[in-house]
Ligand binder design. Structure first.
Ligand code: GAL
Length: 680
């Protein structure tokens, strides 16, 4: 497998983060000290200019870039590369004062005042014009700078705007989607219900908070429009940059599972994926390894947008944040683990927000590498320095990729539709369910991609599709094709209820031809109260045991499917809860109820065996990942427990961290990591 570095200029794992020297221009002593300390901490990249607009252009048309030039030169001369942001993540006061159209309108239809940061209308021509001028200047001045590694578009693009400009763009979006046929829209949105029929596209409004919120099709199309509009805006910045600096790649920093935007759409426009991770490490509600598994799920989503290359972790924090309900310090050791975990999951960078804490305003108490204290002998600085040294040792990993045999479908359109659906129970727990099932794979050492329903399923042996309520066109056929060719598909309750516009499939769920794939139809779905439970009893040679079922129980009518487990209670006692259907060379499993983790793990174990996927036996508290490159594989073992762990059946090779050769047994100290380079 070819191992290709992400960047031409550097083939190391990047270590660094957001650096905001514009806040310290009156302190040349501090700026000088920053460079010295960055080198000490093993920093080889910083992100500049994320929020610099009011310093670049203090009043309209008056530009100042000299300060940035000297900082970039200085960084580069000291071996530190630069990720340069376009400053469109926050606007100077003069811009909003002069061009109020740049400010967003809330869902209540009220124009925002100037302030905060993510508050611009993505449709505003004036805003684009002003950003365009800024980009021309930045690219013209710094596009050829030898230290420039990557463009960073804006910052954490997000939110929605309900202004008149957005409204008419929404109407045009719909006109195009429904091919100028208002009756087509009325049909897909089922608007005869409650007398909601529209006569013309220009009658349709966004789902204002005091307006039309009851048409699922409209709500969903609005979300799609918002993603489209944001992508269109982002593309505007990207196209300009590509024209001016064709050799410099482009990214934007995503945020975890950000519900407002379908990242799978936006990701297509980027050269590489980056994201910002701020988990609640050290929380009081789960074991550290569980928190880690959750982070690994997020990393996997990001990685899976571009499976042929590493992603980069743009922001994280070495100590604490300032916006969790309780902002606990990262305990000693957690930082090292979190850095290596990112690399283990496919990142070629560990970045921080931020290098130095500001003195004032909203993020003055947010953690950073350098504290207000100004010393480098702090615990946090030393842990960052340790991370820097360690990431240097992981240089051979740079450019290698993660190659899972299993994938899970997590789909934004499906998420939106499930959340908007009126029925069942209030919180349907789509994200939580995906996380839990993913966690069972990771717990057993089985790497998993997390992909949208539009992605290619071809490479995988096992595909898990939890609660795939909404079927986009073609998905059902591709699921069939995947299974027919020998794949193993596992679907659950709530599969295939509606089409892409939320119209229910007729003739039985799962719809769009999936009855044939699963060999069954579901007749009803029972929503249980939180205190209610049922039991699924598996009594076949495939699996024996009784497991808790809760939240949802579908009543299933098998046609060709074989029953694996039955309900033991209520009026549907003795009826099928879990089935399997042979389809072509593969198998389609259907899990008609929410089953406890032990039950799902038992079922998955059988399925992995059937698929020829080897589970790795891991002691509790260990997370395992692997990456592949031309030199073989990199095996990552992360000890998220306070116990010394003894791991057996480890692939032999050299531990890149200690330099020792590992035969089969690996001893890991509490909160320690090992990265074994195992040659082919
Ligand atoms: C990120 C953001 C940074 C900083 C950080 C604080 O979401 O991109 O600018 O605000 O959060 O945690």
């Amino acid at each position: 497998m070819n191992q290709k570095p992400l960047f031409k200029k550097i083939d190391e794992i990047l270590h660094g983060g957001d650096y905001n020297p514009e806040q310290w221009l009156d302190r040349p002593d501090i700026l000088k000290e920053d460079i010295r300390l960055m080198k000490q901490a093993g920093v080889n990249v910083v992100t500049l200019g994320v929020f610099s607009w009011s310093v670049y252009e203090p009043s309209e048309g008056e530009f100042h870039f000299d300060w940035l030039e000297s900082i970039m030169d200085n960084l580069y001369q000291n071996g530190i590369f630069i990720i340069l942001a376009t400053p469109s993540g926050a606007r100077p006061a003069w811009l909003d004062e002069k061009y109020p159209e740049a400010m967003r309108v809330s869902s209540a239809g009220v124009r925002n005042h100037h302030g905060v940061r993510h508050n611009h209308c993505m449709s505003s021509p004036k805003y684009r014009e002003k950003v365009g001028i800024m980009i021309q200047k930045l690219a013209g001045k710094f596009g050829k700078h030898p230290g420039l590694l990557l463009w960073h578009i804006s910052n954490e693009l997000g939110g929605e705007c309900y202004c008149d400009l957005c409204k008419s763009r929404f109407q045009e979006f719909l006109r195009k989607k429904y091919k100028d046929n208002i009756d087509g829209l009325n049909q897909e949105w089922w608007t005869t219900f409650w007398s909601h029929r529209f006569n013309r596209f220009d009658q349709i409004e966004p789902p204002y908070s005091n307006g039309e919120g009851s048409i699922h099709g409209l709500n969903l199309d609005w979300k799609r429009f918002n993603t489209w509009n944001m992508t269109d805006y982002m593309r505007f910045e990207i196209e300009l940059l590509r024209k001016l600096t064709p050799d410099v790649p482009v990214t934007t920093n995503f945020m975890r599972l950000y519900k407002t935007l379908d990242y799978s759409v936006m990701a297509k426009e980027l050269d590489l994926i980056s994201w910002d991770v701020y988990p609640e490490w050290e929380n009081d509600y789960e074991a550290a390894v569980k928190t880690a598994n959750g982070v690994s799920f997020d990393h996997s989503i990001m990685r899976s947008f571009k499976r042929d290359r590493p992603f980069i972790l743009m922001e994280s924090v070495p100590s604490l944040v300032n916006w969790h309900p309780y902002n606990k310090l990262k305990r000693p050791g957690t930082h090292k683990l979190s850095c290596v975990q990112a690399v283990a999951c496919g990142s070629d960078m560990v970045g921080y927000f931020q290098w130095r804490k500001g003195r004032g305003s909203y993020e003055q108490f947010h953690g950073a590498v350098m504290d207000h204290l100004g010393r480098s002998d702090t615990r946090v600085f030393k842990e960052v320095e340790e991370a820097g040294n360690l990431l240097k040792k992981l240089q051979p990993v740079a450019g290698s990729i993660v190659k899972p045999q299993a994938a899970m479908i997590f789909d934004w359109n499906n998420w939106w539709a499930i959340e908007d659906m009126a029925g069942l129970s209030k919180d349907k727990k789509y994200g939580e369910t995906c996380r839990t099932l993913y966690g069972l794979f990771i717990k057993n050492g089985i790497e998993m991609d997390v992909i949208s329903s539009d992605a290619d399923f071809g490479d995988y042996k096992v595909l898990v599709a939890p609660m795939l309520y909404l079927l986009k066109p073609g998905v059902a056929d591709r699921l069939k094709e995947f299974t027919a060719k020998g794949g193993i598909l596992i679907a659950t309750y709530l599969t295939g209820y509606v089409n892409e516009n939320t119209l229910c499939w007729l003739g039985g769920f799962p719809g769009d031809g999936l009855l044939e794939l699963f060999g069954l139809y579901t007749e009803e779905i029972d929503t249980l109260y939180p205190k209610d439970t049922n039991t699924v009893s598996f009594q076949t040679e495939f699996l024996h045991g009784d497991y808790r079922a809760f939240d949802y129980c579908e009543i299933i009518k098998p046609q060709t499917a074989r029953v694996l487990g039955e309900y033991t209670r209520d009026f549907y006692s003795g009826t099928p809860a879990v089935t399997v259907n042979a389809y072509g060379k593969g198998y389609a499993y259907y899990v008609g109820t929410r089953i406890g983790e032990d039950g799902m793990e038992a079922l998955f174990k059988k399925i992995w065996e059937q698929a020829g996927i080897e589970a790795v036996s891991l002691p509790e508290g260990i997370e395992y990942h692997s990456r592949f490159g031309n030199g073989g594989s990199f095996e990552f073992y992360l000890n998220f427990s306070d116990k010394v762990q003894r791991l057996t059946e480890v692939k032999p090779g050299k531990n890149l961290i200690t330099g020792e050769t590992v035969a089969e047994v690996l001893i890991l100290e509490p909160f320690d990591v090992a990265v074994i380079h195992s040659k082919l």
